[in-house]
Design a binder for this molecule. Structure first.
Ligand code: NI
Length: 169
């Protein structure tokens, strides 16, 4: 197992679009294991392959307090949406920034597990937000892209400031 490096905004690789997984082999299992290890180490509730520079459609999630409910979604697709919610989000690729984003409330998702078995699940609340957030990553989209232009300007100012502070330090 190995910890992977999480890419940070504005890394251009975060804008790549991931291709579907076609082989459910040992290489895939290693990537999934490493992604879980990285997500837990970084104290995140979700991680998408694009965030660690892997351009395949792989998502790992664990929203449980005890960190004992790992969920791996390969080639996930939202097939049903209902309602809206507006909650605060953060992202391992956008450190030190949180803001509210509009999302669908209830979703139905089709995906494969890491062995290639098809699965379907319904989600609402935090799990639903998390799945939508991670699928966005697979399409090169960040949660800050969903914010109003005003909020995005505020965000960019904050990021610039942080980056200047890093250069000084
Ligand atoms: Ni994220």
């Amino acid at each position: 197992m190995a910890l992977l490096t999480v890419l940070h905004y504005p890394d251009k690789k975060l804008r790549n679009i991931a291709a579907p997984v076609s082989e459910f082999n040992d290489d895939l299992h290693t990537i999934v294991k490493d992604m879980f290890e990285t997500m837990y180490a970084e104290k995140g509730v979700g991680l998408a392959s694009i965030q660690v520079g892997i351009q395949q459609r792989i998502v790992v999630i664990d929203i449980s307090e005890e960190k004992n409910a790992p969920l791996c979604l390969i080639n996930p697709e939202i097939v049903y949406e209902e309602g809206f919610q507006y909650e605060e989000e953060g992202c391992l690729s956008v450190p030190e920034f949180w803001d509210r984003v509009e999302r669908v409330e209830k979703i139905k998702v089709r995906a494969f597990d890491q062995k290639g078995k098809p699965l379907e699940l319904e989600a609402e609340g935090l799990l639903s937000i998390c799945i939508q957030h991670e699928i966005d990553h697979l399409n090169g989209i960040l949660f800050v892209d969903h914010m109003s232009r005003l909020k995005q300007e505020r965000f960019n100012k904050k990021i610039l400031k942080l980056q200047k502070a890093e250069v000084k330090a």
